[in-house]
Ligand binder design. Structure first.
Ligand SMILES: C[S@@+](CC[C@H](N)C(=O)[O-])C[C@H]1O[C@@H](n2cnc3c(N)ncnc32)[C@H](O)[C@@H]1O
Length: 216
């Protein structure tokens, strides 16, 4: 048995639809990759541990990660919402159907639009209100949206970033690595965050927005 099969023999699905989506994805070339199951489960765990009620996801895809995160927000129970943004209409419709099938429509606010436009607008109106942000949209946007995401987070809130090892992961399109590298340098030199990076999935960073009165 390989590492992945062994690992996955322990990582059960919270909502069975995500298992079906994983199986379907193996045969599909018309969708972008999802987060790995261990990544999705780790974010779901962090939502539970921190009792995150207002969560922002950038990059809905067909709703795989959205279902994991939305299920966790539902579980936390504070009447919270996962706001998820993507600019792809076809996969967005598929995500909408999947979110409905998972019984999570009440907990997910799905928005269509270009994150480069939508996120700065959100930062104007909802600054300091998000408990958690999951960054998984176009890699070129990671450095561009950096300051807006900082503004959106509450002090003590978590910024979670997927794909942070793209530059050094040889199976990934090399062209995207330069954006990630710029972003990692921004994030890990920024004392306004307390950050770590783990070799989970294609690289996973978790960063806490340090409350201003605290020095770590
Ligand atoms: C890696 S996929 C997201 C996968 C999803 N988080 C999951 O794990 O199931 C990246 C997504 O970012 C979206 N995206 C790329 N550029 C975008 C932009 N400028 N604005 C909004 N979404 C964008 C793509 O349409 C794609 O669905």
């Amino acid at each position: 048995m390989g590492t992945r099969s062994y690992l996955y023999s322990f990582l059960s699905h919270d909502i069975m639809l995500t298992e079906q989506l994983e199986q379907d994805a193996v045969l599909r070339s018309d969708i972008q990759p999802f987060v790995e199951r261990e990544t999705a489960k780790l974010i779901s765990l962090l939502i539970r541990v921190t009792h995150a009620e207002k969560v922002l996801e950038l990059g809905t895809g067909i709703g795989y990660s959205t279902i994991w995160l939305g299920g966790a927000v539902k579980e936390v129970g504070g009447g919270g919402k996962l706001i998820t943004i993507d600019n792809h209409e076809r996969t967005g419709q598929e995500a909408k159907d999947n979110i409905e099938k998972a019984g999570l429509s009440e907990f997910v606010d799905q928005r269509f639009g270009d994150a480069e436009q939508v996120v700065p607008e959100l930062a104007e109106t909802e600054s300091g209100t998000y408990d958690m942000i999951f960054q998984d949209c176009g890699k070129y946007l990671y450095p561009l949206l950096y300051e807006d995401l900082y503004r959106l987070l509450k002090p003590g809130g978590l910024l979670i970033t997927d794909d942070t090892l793209f530059l050094v992961n040889t199976t990934i399109r090399k062209g995207l690595g330069k954006y990630i590298d710029t972003y990692n340098k921004q994030l890990f030199s920024d004392t306004r965050y307390y950050s770590t990076m783990l070799p989970v999935g294609h690289g996973f960073a978790v960063s806490m927005k340090v409350p201003q009165e605290v020095t770590l």
